[in-house]
Design a protein. Structure first.
Length: 188
């Protein structure tokens, strides 16, 4: 059990018969009345974000979670297959638990958040940035750089992102996995 004074970003709690993680919080002490905590909570099962206000001193039921480093192996009809980097145990994780799973590539290290008591995976956290090769893109037109024009490119994992016109097939790109945005071209 935790109180509102223990609320912090990343705290996992049981709320409305679901597991939520605190995304944002703000302690508020108005001039009149009691203090309260305004929060944004993200559901670990559905991904839905809700806003809620807790009165100061309110007790919450916290959930113990563990972060485990795992290596991505492959994907098939049953889901995404991962291997624990320490114990070499393998397991399958459902596709809906992985946000932006199109950026996974063989051998990539990720962090999997597990419910400590029930031993079930809650979410898979990809690295914030990945480097991938472009497998297909339309040829760019030289000299067409007066505007910030972009074109679509397909990466080695199958993901499609918007890139500047000068990007060609075979280029290595640094991509933000959270926003699906091109960051920069990487030298080999």
């Amino acid at each position: 059990m935790v109180t509102t004074s223990d609320i912090r970003n990343g705290l996992c709690i049981n709320y409305n018969n679901d597991i939520y993680v605190v995304v944002e919080f703000q302690h508020v002490k108005p001039g009149k009345g009691n203090a309260f905590v305004r929060t944004k909570l993200k559901s670990m099962t559905s991904g839905k974000v809700v806003e809620n206000t807790f009165v100061a001193g309110h007790t919450l039921d916290d959930v113990r979670v563990e972060r485990r480093k795992m290596q991505y192996l492959y994907k098939d009809d049953s889901g995404f297959h991962f291997m624990n980097s320490e114990t070499f145990d393998q397991g399958v994780i459902d596709e809906k638990l992985i946000e932006n799973g199109e950026f996974l590539k063989d051998g990539m290290e990720v962090e999997v958040l597990y419910h400590a008591e029930k031993e079930i995976p809650l979410t898979v956290d990809l690295p914030p940035h990945v480097v991938m090769a472009v497998t297909f893109t339309e040829p760019g037109v030289r000299g067409n750089t007066a505007t910030n024009a972009q074109k679509m490119a397909t990466l080695e994992s199958g993901a499609q992102i918007k890139v500047p016109l000068f990007i060609e097939e075979g280029d290595l790109l640094k991509v933000d996995t959270r926003t699906k945005e091109y960051l920069e071209r990487v030298k080999q």
